[in-house]
Design a protein around this ligand. Structure first.
Ligand SMILES: [Zn+2]
Length: 193
């Protein structure tokens, strides 16, 4: 039984996929990486790079999870070549219609001013639009499901050969390599008996 890895995923290649990956082992024994508003605040600050002015509210946590459920609903269907549920598309579109964060030019005139008064809601809009962009662009053909048991994270395979199997080498990839190595060694030991 693989142990629960509570760390956030940051190597899927897309913010929206990183957000979907906060629900662990979807296909097996799902577990939650966002247990409360503090986890959501931490995810927004560290993964989305958007520290929100005041911590996310309970309503924003509920909204964030309903967006996640809709995103997963859509991508699971698309990935298996089916049409998504109308309800999921509607939820996704509602989030996508939220006003985008304001863009401000910094004093140097060459860099952006960090946005310090974002709400969690605004970032959910950013995530929803990122997902719509992914679903409708050619990169969607490069979306893969991590091959590791107990992971079920989607990622975009930007590698040139297009044969990436793991959501992250340092997580699932290395574990799988270690397992294969142990298996080979024990088989060799048996054959020497
Ligand atoms: Zn994985």
């Amino acid at each position: 039984m693989p142990s629960k890895d509570m760390n956030f995923h940051t190597e899927t290649g897309r913010l929206s996929l990183d957000w979907m990956a906060t629900l662990g082992d979807r296909a097996g024994a799902p577990f939650e990486r966002i247990s409360g508003t503090a986890d959501l605040g931490r995810w927004l600050a560290t993964v989305a790079g958007q520290a929100v002015a005041c911590g996310p509210s309970d309503d924003e946590l509920r909204a964030a999870k309903s967006l996640r459920a809709a995103l997963i609903g859509v991508i699971d269907r698309l990935y298996s070549g089916e049409e998504p549920a109308a309800q999921d598309i509607q939820v996704l579109n509602e989030f996508a219609a939220l006003p985008p964060p304001a863009v401000q030019l910094g004093v140097s005139g060459r860099t952006l001013e960090a946005n310090t008064d974002l709400s969690a809601q605004t970032v959910l809009g950013v995530i929803a639009r990122d997902a719509i962009d992914l679903f409708t662009c050619s990169d969607f053909a490069k979306v893969r499901l991590c091959a590791a048991e107990g992971c079920s994270v989607y990622f975009v395979d930007h590698s040139r050969p297009g044969k990436r199997r793991w959501c992250s080498m340092s997580r699932c990839g290395n574990k799988a390599k270690k397992r294969a190595f142990t298996k080979r060694n024990s088989q060799r030991a048996q054959s020497l008996d």
